[in-house]
Design a protein around this ligand. Sequence first.
Ligand SMILES: Cc1cc2nc3c(=O)[nH]c(=O)nc-3n(C[C@H](O)[C@H](O)[C@H](O)COP(=O)(O)O)c2cc1C
Length: 380
Amino acid sequence: MTAVETSTEEKSTGEPSKGEFRDVMGRFASGVTVITTNFEGEDLGAAASAVSSLSDEPPSLLICLNVTSTTAQAIVKNGTFAVNVLAEDSAPIAQRFASKAPDKFATIAFERGHADVPLIAGSIAHFECVVDETVRGGTHLVFLARVVRVSSKPGNPLAYFRGSFGRMETAPDAAALHAVRDYVVAAVTDETVPLDAESIAAELEIEVGRTFQALVALTNEGLVRRAGGTFEVEPVPDEVIYDYYAAKLAIEVGAAAQTVGSVEPEQLAELRRLLDETLGFSVDEQFSDPKGWIRANADFHEYLVGLAGSVILTETYKGLQLPSLERRSIKPSTKATTVLHDDHKAIVEGYENGDVELVLRTLAAHNRRPQEMREGDGMV
Ligand SMILES: Cc1cc2nc3c(=O)[nH]c(=O)nc-3n(C[C@H](O)[C@H](O)[C@H](O)COP(=O)(O)O)c2cc1C
């Protein structure tokens, strides 16, 4: 097969149709604005993404509006408008101004700027403009305009891509979210301790604003909840815990498939020692020392994965931070069934006898235990 045949790129043969042009143009991601104006006491506005910086001396920009737009027709007459750059939570405002509703401003908070033009509250930027020149381009009017006043405030923009609204995430935003998510999952064991954006930002050496945004994003993921003006850790949802165990199982099975049958005697001896360590932390089916169990259990399982001799696999496994997750989900009241110990014993037996089937079967059963224990009378 040639490179051309395997490519998923589509090329039009001639001038694109209107639909094709729109579809391909939609791949140019943009922000979303509302162009507002006031003509003879009436407020008008249209959602617009065709906005571009034009020159900085004098400061000017251009907007493109369809000739049928009532907002465009008003701007032709009064020569003034404002560009309101919408914030990421403003999709409903964009939708309202993309409609032909007669009362678009009825539920919208705004102030008045130059020539009484409405400035929509909550926008992350306003450009107040006076038209210099109007050019017709196909179905649209291009207004080239001088910017006479600007204002801005912190916040992320509403994005528009292929017909859908979304968030614009920069690389530092994504890195901050990743770091704060790890911090919340790994470092916080007490759900009642407030999560303070400033101290987390200082500890992780990221901007406070980004830390705050990350905490807001984590509320959507169900890891964090808002508590008044601050945040608290949300108890880890069961599905998230099961997802972690599914990943854990995949790694352990992969490692076992590579190693059972070829483990050195001294490694087996170490495995048995680690097994014995895990047996000492429960009394009468309760965890006598949950933290001790979590550590010993992690050492046992990490050793099994380590036998595969892959640094990357071991680091990935450790990166799951299961001990931290378990510190939040296993309490002294959590039932410590002997089944867990039996599983560990069977796994070691399987390694000792080169019985890969026993190991894989037991690992699968073992990683289902948290779910069984929760669904039964188990974990609190
Ligand atoms: C995200 C988005 C971007 C838009 N961008 C433009 C644009 O750049 N130019 C335009 O003429 N219409 C654009 N529209 C469509 C107008 O908002 C729509 O035609 C509106 O009804 C015009 O209102 P009016 O006739 O009251 O001025 C856009 C719509 C959406 C949802």
